[in-house]
Ligand binder design. Structure first.
Ligand SMILES: N[C@@H](CCC(=O)N[C@@H](CS)C(=O)NCC(=O)O)C(=O)O
Length: 241
């Protein structure tokens, strides 16, 4: 039996991508928590496998040539797992190019823009002399995520999944498309996207991945108190060391 893959994980959209893929592919894995609110991402042993200081990362003891390999960046992780198993990642060049296009699209557009939107809407201080700038950031990223949802909605008009068949491209995008809408971003406006979102949410592998993520105590960064304050200081003020 193959040895379990170590998943350096915290329950965020980027983390969910990896556990969803592992569940879908039927690979054994062990979660190594990286509590990003407590600064685990800065530990030298973690940065040795993830030099960008961000989770997720994996260590596969049974990598190429039977030797261990570590992989960071969720897109690279899912491509690696797809190649390893031959699942959800076509081997024919046309099919693979199409999946790659949507993997890179997610990594460069949906993820970062939705992340910035979340930051400006939920975490930017409101009691600031520079409130104008906060509103500008929140609106800019909301508009961009709205545009991106439109791209995905059009893409899904005549196919069930972003590259036709269910693939790693869907697993990368899905955790970033919120089931719960808010006033500025209603999923109901994007019916194809909503069908795709709710369909994937019911897949047994996705349900398993999301259920086990619930066992982690994720700090609410919006709350008051010393612990959340310390986490905000750690997460939101990083500069090159
Ligand atoms: N492009 C990276 C992004 C990873 C990322 O931003 N991870 C966040 C959590 S979702 C993190 O580790 N944050 C720690 C920090 O900001 O210090 C990927 O997809 O793997």
């Amino acid at each position: 039996m193959a040895a379990d893959i170590d998943v350096h994980f915290w329950p965020t959209p980027n983390g969910h991508k990896v556990t969803i893929a592992l569940e879908e592919m039927g690979l054994g894995y062990r979660i190594v928590p990286v509590n990003i609110g407590a600064g685990d991402q800065f530990k030298p042993e973690f940065q040795a496998i993830s030099p960008n200081g961000r989770m997720p990362a994996i260590v596969d003891p049974d990598g190429p040539g039977g030797q261990p390999i570590s992989v960071f960046e969720s897109g690279a992780i899912l491509q690696y797992l797809g190649r390893k198993t031959g699942l959800f990642y076509p081997v024919d060049e046309r099919g693979r190019v199409e999946v790659d296009e949507w993997c890179f699209w997610q990594m460069a557009n949906l993820g970062p823009m939705a992340g910035q939107r979340n930051h400006f809407r939920n975490y930017a201080p409101t009691m600031t002399a520079d409130q104008r700038h906060v509103a500008y950031g929140a609106n800019r990223y909301t508009n961009e995520v709205h545009r991106i949802y439109g791209v995905l909605n059009r893409r899904l008009a005549d196919r069930d999944f972003v590259a036709g068949e269910y693939s790693i491209a869907d697993m990368l995008a899905w955790p970033w498309v919120q089931a719960k809408s808010d006033a500025a971003l209603e999923l109901e406006e994007f019916p194809n996207l909503m069908r795709w979102q709710t369909g994937i949410a019911q897949r047994p592998a996705v349900l398993r991945a999301m259920a086990q993520a619930k066992s982690f105590r994720n700090l609410n960064l919006q709350q008051a108190g010393k612990e959340a304050e310390a986490a905000r200081r750690l997460l939101f003020n990083q500069r090159a060391r």
